[in-house]
Design a protein around this ligand. Structure first.
Ligand code: ACM
Length: 518
């Protein structure tokens, strides 16, 4: 149905008549920036309609046509304009986007204008009709992210691509991949083969909730990792959908798997550190010695060769300093660098990594813990615990992404904990996600530019497989996507819920294991 779009567009006006897609239609691109989106649209429409629609330059053909054109010159901006217009007339649909990115967002809107069966992967006997209308649309926020954690549980590349496609349908433009953690190293690094050879496998995994005592384990080795070729496939898949992938190598904490593989990177190489078999925050932290920082640069160098996007995430969260407090090496580095505390030692570590990332013309991202008085202005923080952090960042002229655990941690329960599978945190139902407001109330008008947007998190301690990942992600990420795309003044919960009823059919056609509540 035509007014059942998620996210809700800025403006949609209906008129008389219908456009009908038939096997004789053609897809035309008016300029080279529109060619890739035109191909993508043809590929999207083929499985369910069964139509192999020709993709050609504009001005040819005499059947119904869908014309794609870009209207602004150049896509050189760090965040290209995503403003688009759609005009549906009886014999022609025109998609006009400022940029390629904008056209790809327009395509996702167009797909939603067809009956939900358009999302099927086999031919459907459906009349592919759209009411004549005009849409004018652009996003409220530039950063509309979702994070996938492949470290605690591993999701094969097919599932990662499936999630990327589902997020793309909701106009998410950033997918953050949390690739390493205490519980497993999931990315092939050619220079350090033991990272995956040893660090990708934990010997057992805790069963039930992290807080249950006594702890019980399954005694089954658990592993998995992406080769660099796997990741390049994922990069290509995302790029076609104009989604930027943000790889995260979490440091200096969350590194037990790496320290297991390379004990010299730890503070006490004589102590055996296993790949962590349960969840929670570990005491292990990388040694701040020069050689270890150099090894991290080697790793990030390979990561930057795989991921072409501007943003490189270096974690920085929950780095316990207990080991640094008692390690003679760490204390020596602290003295050498004039650090007055172990927190400043982490700031030194992050600063060295940032210099390397900037030297490759990328921007460093980290969780809010990386914020400090000397953090470079090009860095971006993800504020996740408390909203004072983005205000502190704004004061320093540093940009933030709001990844709030109050509103955007989708590993948390989404309904009555008594009836739900084990999950993290507190209860974060759909309605609460819809209350998410990335812009802090106290923010001055001229500072709004520092809030790039928001992001949902799918931490996977309690997400063992792809089906459960979908259960936790949907429909909450539909609500998040709307709050990041649609201006706040157009967002109404009841209206959203009504559209969601129809939207659920789109997800069902794709066999998405969405949570049926509320
Ligand atoms: C986090 O949840 N540790 C960023």
């Amino acid at each position: 149905m035509n007014n059942m779009l998620i996210p809700k567009p800025f403006k949609q006006e209906f008129s008389e008549g219908f456009f009908v897609l038939s096997s004789t239609a053609v897809i035309c691109f008016a300029d080279t920036a529109a060619e890739q989106p035109a191909q993508l649209l043809a590929d999207y429409l083929r499985p369910a309609s069964g139509f192999v629609l020709p993709v050609q330059t504009a001005g040819t053909g005499n059947g119904n046509c869908i014309v794609l054109q870009t209207t602004a010159s150049g896509n050189a901006e760090e965040f290209p304009s995503e403003h688009y217009r759609i005009s549906v007339k009886e014999h022609q649909i025109t998609l006009a986007g400022d940029t390629t990115e904008a056209l790809v967002r327009a395509i996702q809107t167009l797909r939603q204008l067809f009956p939900p069966e358009i999302y099927a992967d086999t031919v459907q006997d459906v009349f592919w009709q759209i009411t004549c209308q005009e849409i004018d649309d652009s996003p409220a926020f530039r950063w509309r992210g979702m994070m996938i954690d492949s470290a605690r549980h591993f999701f094969p590349k097919e599932q990662v691509c499936r999630m990327i496609e589902l997020f793309a349908q909701h106009k998410i433009n950033i997918v953050h991949l949390h690739l390493t953690d205490d519980q497993g190293w999931r990315v092939e690094i050619k220079k350090y083969p033991r990272l995956t050879g040893i660090g990708s496998v934990r010997l057992k995994t805790v069963v039930g909730h992290e807080c249950d005592r006594p702890r019980k384990y399954d005694d089954t080795p658990y592993g998995g990792f992406y080769t660099q070729d796997d990741l390049r496939e994922i990069v290509d898949f995302a790029a076609r959908r104009c989604i930027t992938l943000v790889p995260e190598i979490d440091m200096p904490g969350h590194m037990a798997a790496a320290i297991c593989a390379y004990p010299d990177w730890g503070n006490f190489p004589e102590n055996h550190v296993p790949v962590r078999p349960h969840w929670g925050i570990s005491y292990q932290i990388l040694s701040p010695r020069k050689e270890v920082i150099e090894a991290m640069k080697d790793i990030l160098g390979e990561i930057m060769d795989i991921f072409p996007g501007k943003y490189i995430h270096v974690g920085g969260d929950e780095a316990r300093k207990d080991e640094w407090e008692i390690s003679p090496d760490a204390q020596e580095v602290m003295a050498e660098q004039g650090c007055r505390s172990e927190k400043e030692l982490q700031d030194y570590f992050t600063g060295e990594i940032n210099k390397f990332i900037c030297s490759r013309n990328r921007r460093m991202l980290g969780w809010e813990e990386i914020l400090n008085d000397s953090l470079e202005k090009s860095s971006i923080i993800l504020s996740w615990r408390n909203r004072n952090m983005e205000m502190a960042a704004v004061k320093r002229g540093i940009s933030s992404i709001i990844a709030s655990r109050m509103f955007a941690y989708f590993d948390y329960y989404q309904a009555d904990t008594r009836y739900e599978p084990v999950a993290g945190g507190e209860c974060l139902p759909l309605e609460k996600v819809y209350q998410f407001r990335p812009l802090p109330d106290a923010l001055a008008e001229e500072d709004k530019k520092y809030i790039l947007g928001g992001q949902g998190q799918l931490w996977s301690e309690y997400i063992p497989d792809g089906s459960h990942q979908e259960y936790m992600a949907f429909p909450r990420s539909c609500a998040l996507a709307e709050k990041l795309w649609t201006p706040e003044k157009l967002c109404r919960l009841l209206d959203f819920k009504q559209r969601l009823q129809h939207h659920r059919r789109r997800l069902a056609v794709q066999r998405v294991n969405a949570c049926p509540l509320p």
